[in-house]
Design a protein around this ligand. Structure first.
Ligand SMILES: NC(=O)c1ccc[n+]([C@@H]2O[C@H](COP(=O)([O-])OP(=O)(O)OC[C@H]3O[C@@H](n4cnc5c(N)ncnc54)[C@H](OP(=O)(O)O)[C@@H]3O)[C@@H](O)[C@H]2O)c1
Length: 251
């Protein structure tokens, strides 16, 4: 978290991921009907969100620190089933000091992990399910039952595909989620953007080219132009990575 960064927008100053993340009071921005929603992605200069089918090779340690830092500022983290299958998540926040810091800031020890899945075909042997930490909510249109897991898993069923707007309302009004971080993947992100459910994007642009046919930030969207407002731009001078924070105006 202490990697030195240069902030070039909105002003020019030395900073770190920890200093930047500490300024975020996301839960205070919750609406009545849905959480304040931010998303986080790492992309290559040519716009790919995967290298060899994974996101890990794209970003540096500073990118990981940004992702973990954002997790410390929200009530819930959301991913699609494709991301869970590719990335095989473990405990959302592994560092006990960061979990204690969450409690001091009025947040639950562990964020609620929300997984959106049509088929309920998930890697049940992944540490998120087997280690018994935190809580998981799976929104699915499958009638199947999940297998027994060490980590408490609740299932929310909706027929014929998950209505993400209804899911957000459920999370806000029934589960008390004030701020939510969506970590992808591209297909879930595209639907959230399309449904005007995203308030801000945090995007790491790696100084790398990937080529190939990997997805971008959003997959499956009709061509659409959505202007974004740059709220901050940070540079990791050693790796050439750029960290952008963008506000998305309602469409
Ligand atoms: N660069 C980055 O920052 C980043 C971030 C995240 C992921 N990734 C990469 O992205 C790739 C995965 O991409 P993806 O687009 O397939 O992932 P995804 O959006 O996480 O998952 C897609 C799956 O989510 C479920 N889903 C999404 N919307 C749904 C809805 N409205 N109703 C019901 N189910 C819904 C479906 O699951 P079922 O299959 O269960 O029906 C669908 O197949 C992986 O390679 C991952 O590493 C990169």
């Amino acid at each position: 978290m202490s990697t030195p960064l240069l902030r070039v927008v909105p002003d020019r100053a030395a900073t770190t991921v920890a200093d930047q993340v500490a300024t975020l009071d996301l839960v205070a921005r919750a609406g009545d009907r849905r959480p304040y929603v931010i998303t986080n992605f790492a992309i290559t200069l040519d716009g790919h969100a995967t290298i060899d089918g994974r996101s890990g090779p794209i970003g540096s340690d500073a990118d990981t620190a940004m992702l973990v830092g954002l997790r410390t500022r929200v009530d819930a983290v959301m991913i699609g089933a494709g991301t869970m299958r590719a990335e095989r998540y473990g405990r959302v926040i592994g560092d006990p000091a960061k979990r204690q810091r969450r409690e001091r800031d009025g947040l639950a020890h562990d964020p609620l992990m929300v997984i959106v899945s049509g088929r309920l075909d998930l890697p049940w042997d992944a540490p998120l399910f087997t280690e018994g930490h935190g809580r998981v909510l799976i929104a699915t249109s499958s009638d199947d039952q999940p297998p027994p897991t060490e980590t408490p898993v609740r299932v929310l069923r909706q027929a014929e595909g998950i209505d993400l707007s209804a899911l957000m309302t459920h999370l806000r009004t029934e589960r008390g989620v004030r701020a939510l971080l969506c970590e992808g993947g591209p297909r879930l992100h595209a639907q959230l953007i399309d449904a005007d459910l995203v308030d801000e994007l945090f995007v790491t642009q790696a100084a790398k080219l990937a080529g190939g046919v990997g997805p971008g930030l959003v997959s499956g969207l009709e061509e659409v132009v959505r202007p974004l407002e740059l709220a901050w731009l940070l540079v990791e001078e050693r790796t050439g990575e750029l960290f952008g924070r963008y506000a998305l105006a309602p469409g």
